[in-house]
Design a protein around this ligand. Structure first.
Ligand code: ZN
Length: 342
């Protein structure tokens, strides 16, 4: 090899190295870099002990590796919501004052993130009481499409920290983040009322809130192309995606592919419809339910805050944020072709 050739090879090597280095740097920046902005509830300087909505956790409750960026899912905030719902409010049977308190909490949190319009759907229960869905729409860069991300507030027994304050806390934190960052489709974040099964624990006596919203979509000028139910994501060892397959599982497949790309192990299950995804699948909308398994204490008094694992909440929240950010116009078109409202 001539000296000049060697020199050119060295230059080429350095150039490739520099480009690769730049790529790695960009990736690192995107995932971990701080914006230097630590304002509002995100500042540890404001730590006062926590327990009330909007207040940070005690220092000992803080998660050491939690990202400090305002535009990244922060499990500390989700954990605050879970603690408030399960401890400050406690059991939240559908149609009762505590379920209404949980709805009020969701409303106040949505408002605090800057959503100018927090909407409510009130619907009757079979026991003569009323329940409600609280929701916001976060406009995407292409308003042709909407994806619903929801979790139920009510409980069947016990304080419902995992079932399902864990889901509501995750939805609220995602709503905070997406108010700051941009995405392609509209995102509707929902705190559903009255998901749990009642009247003899028999279907179809369940999912009243999500059924109501799914039915009302026919009266809305909105094209829902996918729905995610986040239900029980704070306890367990295996992450599952479930769908009833009453609608095409395109959305689940997209999520599965994304999780695989992120090296997150995911199991798939066809379920009989044990969460709010069922209500939207029944209307032809490609939907799935995300959960960790198996929680031995769900639907009992032992479903308590101290059992919630913030690392699981963190994984689910980060995964969902990345997934929702990854949904581009091509993915929306694919989902639009799969989801046919009926
Ligand atoms: Zn549940």
């Amino acid at each position: 090899m001539k000296k000049t050739t060697v020199a050119m090879a060295v230059v080429a090597f350095l150039l490739v190295g520099a480009l690769a280095g730049f790529g790695i740097h960009t990736l690192v920046y995107r995932n971990t870099a701080s914006t230097g902005e630590m304002s509002g509830a995100g500042s540890k300087d404001n730590a006062t002990g926590g327990g009330q909505p909007g207040e940070p956790l005690d220092e000992e409750d803080n998660i050491a590796d939690a990202p400090p960026r305002q535009e990244a899912f922060n499990p500390n905030y989700a954990m605050q919501h879970i603690r408030y719902l399960s401890m400050s409010i406690g059991p939240r049977p559908q149609g009762t004052a505590p379920e209404i308190a949980a709805a009020d909490y969701a409303r106040s949190q949505f408002s605090s993130y800057g959503y100018s319009e927090v909407r409510e759907q009130s619907f009757p229960l079979k026991n003569g009481l009323y329940s409600q869905n609280i929701y916001v729409d976060d406009t995407g860069s292409n308003p042709t499409w909407t994806i619903i991300v929801g979790a139920h507030t009510d409980t069947i027994a016990g304080p419902g920290a995992n079932d399902n304050a864990s889901g509501v806390g995750t939805v609220l934190e995602l709503a905070r983040v997406f108010k700051i960052i941009d995405q392609v489709p509209n995102l509707r974040f929902v705190a559903f009322g009255a998901e749990e099964i009642t009247e003899g624990f028999r279907k179809p006596n369940d999912h009243y809130g999500s059924k109501y919203m799914a039915a009302q979509l026919s009266n809305e000028d909105i094209n829902v192309i996918g729905m995610i139910s986040i239900d029980m994501v704070g306890v367990g060892s295996s992450l599952y995606v479930n769908a009833t397959l009453q609608a095409p599982k395109t959305f689940l497949d997209l999520f599965y592919a994304y999780a695989t790309q992120r090296n997150v192990a995911l199991s798939y299950n066809q379920d009989p419809g044990w969460s709010d995804h069922e209500s939207f699948e029944a209307h032809g909308i490609s939907s799935f339910w995300l959960e960790y398994r198996k929680d031995p204490n769900y639907h009992t008094a032992a479903d308590t805050y101290d059992r919630i694992r913030s690392d699981l909440i963190n994984q689910v929240g980060n995964l969902l944020q990345g997934f929702l950010e990854s949904i581009d116009a091509n993915a929306c078109t694919l989902l639009d072709e799969a989801s046919d409202y009926r």
